[in-house]
Every structure is written in structure tokens, then in C-alpha cells.
Design a binder for this molecule. Structure first.
Ligand code: ADP
Ligand code: MG
Length: 270
């Protein structure tokens, strides 16, 4: 049983304060959904948790079983059991998926021999075409394929906690169900704790969440049970957007539940 504790986390990007005191505690096996308007700081939270360069922590603490994550470089946070599924997974030319995962196993002193077979199994579970596994990481993959690829990495690495930044974006209904089910299964198979950033309750139909939090202007302004997600799907974030001139003035925020299958380039992503 592990615990990820985020306490009064504050961070800025390019000299601008974005996170304004975020506190969250997640235990093994729990799923916490973080929802909120575009620009509220959801992706910033995910980047800060994993130590992306360019994001300055200006206050607060993040611990995994008492170990200070903020003091560690990204790869050591990953070895400690943190995983990030990125909103926009990047291409890594020249590096194959199985190779990268095997290297991670070796860095952690785990036996890398079964990795290739596990990758193939996990790709099947989320419906990722096995021919894509031979390419460089994410090279020429569609948005949806990248999200399935992130899920394969998660399932093979078996971290303690996964931060999933819009793992549902760009997925069609069948892929969404497969990915959500895979993550849900992980919460019992290896007691994965999840922080799932999403705009859609559809993800949460298969991935059952314990808590829902609303992030607005870098703070958690409301927390509740799964019913809060349903409420938000009806009400949107108007209540909080009004307080936030930057968000209220931003064009695409009008419908935070816009068609998830629209072209990702034209779709306002949060
Ligand atoms: P969300 O994921 O909730 O839509 P983000 O965390 O991506 O929001 O962004 C929060 C705010 O921080 C936005 O105003 C965004 O423009 C700003 N921001 C995020 N990353 C950067 C960056 N690398 N450089 C400058 N501004 C950034
Ligand atoms: Mg985002």
C-alpha cells in the first residue's frame, strides 16, 4: 500500500504563477479525476509532478511513501513509481518502445527478459496494431494510437501511481473503452493509484473514480464523489470560469465537452 501526497503545491512557468496551492492525497488502488476549464493548470500539475524542465516549484511538497519527489530528477521519480501519460506524447526517433521499456527495467534492476512478450500482450489488450510496435516511439502514430501506446507503457512498467493527462483525447469509443478498462484493471491487478485528468465522464464509466476534483486557476476549488463528474458534464465550469478572467475570455472554453472525436488541431484541448 503506497501513498502519493501533494501538499500546497505551487509552481510557475515562464515567471507566471500557475499552480496556487494544490493539495491531493492518493492511495494505492484509488482513482482521482481532475477536471477543470482549459488553462486551469491541469497539464502543468502533471508536468510539475514529473519534473519537466522549465516549470519552477515555488512552494509545497510532493512525497511518495514519504520520499521527496521534488528533490529527484525525472528518471528517479519514474523509478520510484511515478508514471506520466502525456497529453501530447512526443516522438522519440530511433528508440523503439520495447527497447525503451527494457532499458527502464534494467535501470531499476528488474529482469528485462519478459518485456518484449509483455509489450505484445498489452498491445493486444488495448487494440494497438502489433506492426506499430516496430516503429520508433510514437513515430507517425495517430493521436489515438499514441494514447494506446502510453497505456501499453503504463501496463508494462507497472508503476505505483499514474498521472494520465487526457488519456481519452483522440480515442474513438472502442479504443476509449479498451484503454479505460485496462487502467481500471491495473487498479486491482497491481494496485495502481491514478490521477486522471479528463473532460469526459465517458472515461469514468469504465475507469471508476473514487474522487473528483475541480481545478480552477491553479487551485482545487471543489472535491466530491463520482456524481460530481456527472454534475459538471451538465453545468460545465461556468461557476469558476466567471472568477477567472483569463479563462472566461478565452474563446474555446464555451463548451468544455466539445466533440472528443473532432480533429485534434481544431479542437480546444484543455
Ligand atoms: P490545462 O492543462 O488545464 O488546460 P495548462 O497547465 O496547460 O492548462 O496551462 C495553464 C496555464 O499555464 C496556461 O495559461 C498556459 O498558457 C500556461 N503554460 C503552461 N505551460 C506553459 C509553458 N511551457 N510556457 C508558458 N506558459 C505555459
Ligand atoms: Mg492540459
Amino acid at each position: 500500500m503506497s501513498t502519493l501526497v501533494i501538499e500546497d503545491l505551487r509552481a510557475s512557468v515562464a515567471g507566471r504563477a500557475i499552480l496556487d496551492g494544490v493539495s491531493l492525497t492518493i492511495a494505492s488502488g484509488e482513482v482521482h479525476a481532475v477536471m477543470g476549464p482549459n488553462g486551469s493548470g491541469k497539464s502543468t500539475l502533471s508536468h510539475v509532478l514529473l519534473g519537466r524542465p522549465g516549470y519552477q516549484v515555488t512552494g509545497g511538497r510532493v512525497t511518495l511513501d514519504g520520499e521527496d519527489m521534488l528533490a529527484l530528477p525525472t528518471w528517479q521519480r519514474a523509478q520510484a513509481g511515478l508514471f506520466l501519460g502525456m497529453q501530447y506524447p512526443i516522438e522519440v526517433p530511433g528508440v523503439g518502445l520495447a527497447e525503451a521499456l527494457a532499458e527502464s527495467f534494467r535501470a531499476g534492476g528488474r529482469d528485462a527478459a519478459p518485456v518484449a512478450a509483455t509489450v505484445a500482450d498489452e498491445a493486444r489488450r488495448v487494440g494497438l496494431d502489433s506492426r506499430l510496435l516496430e516503429r520508433s516511439l510514437n513515430a507517425d502514430l495517430s493521436g489515438g494510437e499514441r494514447k494506446r501506446n502510453e497505456t501499453v507503457q503504463l501496463a508494462v512498467l507497472r508503476p505505483k501511481f499514474a498521472v494520465l493527462d487526457e488519456i481519452d483525447s483522440g480515442l474513438d469509443v472502442d479504443a476509449l473503452r479498451a484503454v479505460a478498462r485496462r487502467v481500471e484493471a491495473a487498479t486491482t491487478e497491481f494496485d495502481l493509484g491514478v490521477l486522471a485528468i479528463t473532460h469526459y465522464t465517458r472515461l469514468l464509466q469504465e475507469l471508476r473514480c473514487d474522487r473528483v476534483h475541480v481545478l480552477s486557476r491553479g487551485r482545487i476549488v471543489r472535491s466530491g464523489g463520482p456524481e460530481l463528474a456527472d454534475e459538471l458534464e451538465h453545468t460545465g465550469y461556468a461557476e469558476w470560469a466567471e472568477e477567472d478572467p483569463a479563462v472566461a475570455g478565452a474563446e474555446p472554453v464555451a463548451d468544455p465537452f466539445a466533440d472528443p472525436f473532432a480533429d485534434p488541431v481544431s479542437r480546444p484541448l484543455g
